[in-house]
Design a protein around this ligand. Structure first.
Ligand SMILES: [Zn+2]
Length: 190
C-alpha cells in the first residue's frame, strides 16, 4: 500500500481502498488558470482542500472507488461595481465516483445526481480537479457587500474626456505596424 499520495498523480483506487485522506494548503499561484481570474497580490495560502478516499455504491455499477472533495478558498476577485479587490470566499463540497472507462462514465453520470462520475486512473490529476471545481464555483459578478468608497462617477467622466482628447493609441500602433512591415519588406530574404 502506498504511504504517500501525490495529488497531481493520484492513484485513486489505492486512496479509496485505504480510506485515506489527502489535504493541502496552497498559494494561489499554484493554480495558474484560477490565478488568471484573480487580482495579483501577496500570495498567501489561499486554497485549502481535503480529499477523502472511500468506496461507494452506485446503482447499477456496484461499489466503486470514490472521493469526497472539500475546498475552501478566499480569492482576490475584482468587484464589478468599484473595480477594487474583493476577497471572495469560495467553497466546494462534491462527491466523485470512478469507473473504468468513458462510456460507463457518460452513461452513469446522467443517472447520478449526488456524485460526478469520472474515469479511474492511476495518475489522476486531483490538483486540476480542485482547480476546475473552484473555477466553476466562482461568482459570475463578484462585488463588495458595501464598496469601500463611493464610485467616483465625475472623476471617471473627466478621465474619460482626457483620454479621448489624446491621440488614439490604436491608430498610433497601426502607424507603427505599417512602418515595421514596410521595413520588413525591404529586408525580406527569399
Ligand atoms: Zn466594490
Amino acid at each position: 500500500m502506498p504511504t504517500e499520495f501525490n495529488p497531481r498523480r493520484l492513484d485513486v483506487a489505492a486512496l479509496a481502498e485505504a480510506q485515506a485522506t489527502l489535504d493541502g494548503a496552497e498559494a494561489l499561484h499554484q493554480f495558474a488558470r484560477l490565478a488568471h481570474d484573480c487580482s495579483p497580490g501577496p500570495d498567501t495560502p489561499a486554497v485549502t482542500w481535503q480529499a477523502r478516499g472511500m468506496r461507494r455504491a452506485l446503482a447499477g455499477a456496484g461499489t466503486l472507488p470514490a472521493l469526497h472533495l472539500c475546498v475552501q478558498a478566499s480569492l482576490p476577485l475584482t468587484c464589478q461595481v468599484c473595480l477594487g479587490e474583493v476577497a471572495t470566499p469560495v467553497q466546494v463540497d462534491r462527491h466523485f465516483v470512478f469507473v473504468a472507462d468513458e462510456a460507463t462514465a457518460a452513461h452513469l453520470d446522467e443517472d447520478s445526481e449526488d456524485a460526478d462520475v469520472l474515469v479511474l486512473a492511476r495518475d489522476f490529476d486531483l490538483h486540476a480537479l480542485i482547480e476546475d471545481e473552484l473555477l466553476m464555483a466562482l461568482p459570475l459578478a463578484p462585488r463588495h457587500a458595501q464598496c469601500p468608497q463611493a464610485v467616483p462617477m465625475s472623476a471617471q467622466d473627466e478621465g474619460f474626456d482626457a483620454a479621448s482628447a489624446r491621440p488614439n493609441p490604436f491608430a498610433a500602433l497601426a502607424a507603427l505596424k505599417r512602418d515595421v512591415s514596410s521595413g520588413n519588406r525591404g529586408g525580406q530574404v527569399h
